[in-house]
Write a protein that binds this ligand. Structure first.
Ligand SMILES: Cc1cc2nc3c(=O)[nH]c(=O)nc-3n(C[C@H](O)[C@H](O)[C@H](O)COP(=O)(O)O)c2cc1C
Length: 201
């Protein structure tokens, strides 16, 4: 009985380890880049992207700029009473991941290509390499302030993308119902907007 239990535990642990495809990101580059006023001067929305994947360093830098930790328990974007109600989900060609800002990892939530769920009909979204989805946790009671939180995160990402000569566009035309399933959200979680990013065509 005891041996069976131990064997079962070992098999479950091995299977979970083999299946888990979390990605450990390189440390973000927290200094340098274009001067902020140059980035502001060049910021714009892009809707034509090269399909080529972005490397993990670029992903790490963009996510940190968006909503990484720049102090012990505080982040690069503000939130009402520091409730930090926004999560960034990352849709890549190969799967869906949750940005774990504390550990600088992408935690796999789903495997497969779910880019079509990030739009209600804008074709470039389904071929661009990266879509960030901003998801708020309504149980944290940010109210309308949560829309401002998402806006601040998105602008940080716009400026970081501009600094790296990448294109990006914030979009509220996302398929919320489909995303709730592909991102495996709970009832308190609501996707608010998506931001498509990639090299400009
Ligand atoms: C709240 C919000 C929602 C938006 N939703 C979409 C969208 O669904 N699709 C899209 O292509 N652009 C969307 N945009 C981008 C705007 O169209 C864009 O910012 C505007 O045309 C100004 O262009 P610029 O960003 O280049 O200055 C959105 C922008 C904001 C602020």
């Amino acid at each position: 009985m005891k041996v069976t239990l131990i064997l079962t535990t070992i098999i479950i642990t091995m299977t979970t380890t083999l299946l888990a495809a979390d990605i450990t990101l390189p440390a973000p580059q927290r200094t340098g880049g274009k001067p902020i006023f140059d980035a502001l001067n060049e910021r714009q929305s892009t809707r034509s992207f090269n399909d080529a994947a972005l490397d993990n360093q670029t992903l790490s830098d963009l996510l940190w700029a968006g909503f990484g930790y720049n102090r012990n328990d505080k982040r690069t974007a503000p939130s009402p009473l520091n409730i930090q109600e926004t999560s960034i989900y990352v849709i890549l060609k190969e799967g869906v991941y949750l940005y774990d800002a504390k550990n600088n990892k992408l935690l796999e939530k789903n495997s497969g290509d779910f880019r079509k769920d990030a739009t209600t009909g804008q074709d470039y979204v389904t071929t661009a390499p990266v879509n960030f989805i901003f998801v708020i946790d309504k149980s944290k009671n940010g109210g309308n302030g949560s829309y401002l939180s998402v806006g601040a995160i998105s602008e940080n990402i716009y400026l970081a993308a501009t600094s790296k000569e990448l294109g990006s566009v914030i979009r509220t035309s996302i398929n919320k119902e489909a995303l709730k399933k592909s991102l495996k959200l709970n009832d308190n979680q609501e996707p608010i907007a998506g931001q498509t990013i990639g090299k400009k065509k």
